[in-house]
Design a protein around this ligand. Structure first.
Ligand code: S3P
Length: 180
């Protein structure tokens, strides 16, 4: 098995399965796994919800994401689970395309809605949703806004992938490194 020789950035909307797949890929390839939300919380000593609730919370959070992504020397073989909005600010997508492999988990809306409904209390951007329909409309709004960024990824999965297919496709990236 060939281990990808560039960092792999997993992107996609909240609830698409980035953390799960990052962990599975890390185990499969035997490489370190990072999570940008977790790293920001550690550095700030605050939860994401607390950062968002503070003064200029959204702006501050996006700047923290930019700094973390673009100032970190990511190990060549590593997996990075990125916050859902990260690819859409401060040329972060350009950075990831130039420095790694970018994988978009384009998980179906019904799956996203089901997952996020259960977790909405911990997710500041959708915490206000009162009904499932309201939540679904919020997710649709994000998807519409973010699709142009996400779809620049080197590779995307439009369904919840079968594990062996997922690993095989990502291993193939190592053999045929895509041009930025
Ligand atoms: C966000 C997604 C969250 C987190 C923050 C903002 C977004 O990460 O970074 O709440 O803008 O979509 P996950 O996608 O890992 O939940």
């Amino acid at each position: 098995m060939q281990i990808p020789a560039k960092p792999i950035f997993l992107i996609g909307i909240m609830g698409c399965g980035k953390s799960y797949w990052a962990k599975r890929l890390g185990e499969h390839f035997g490489v370190p796994v990072f999570d940008t939300d977790f790293m920001i919380e550690e550095a700030a000593g605050q939860t994401i919800s607390e950062i968002f609730a503070g003064p200029k919370g959204h702006e501050r959070f996006r700047e923290m994401e930019r700094k973390l992504l673009q100032d970190t020397t990511w190990p060549l073989s590593s997996i990075i689970s990125c916050g859902g909005g990260l690819p859409c600010y401060h040329h972060n997508m350009d950075f990831m395309l130039q420095n790694g492999f970018v994988i978009w988990l384009n998980t179906p809306l019904t799956v996203l809605t089901r997952r996020l409904w259960k977790e909405r209390d911990h997710r500041p951007l959708v915490a206000k949703a009162q009904t499932i329909t309201e939540l679904e409309n919020m997710i649709l709004g994000f998807l519409q806004e973010r699709r142009p960024f996400y779809e620049r990824a080197h590779l995307s999965f439009d369904e919840v992938p079968d594990e062996s297919i997922f690993f095989r496709n990502i291993e193939a990236l190592s053999a045929y490194p895509p041009a930025p």
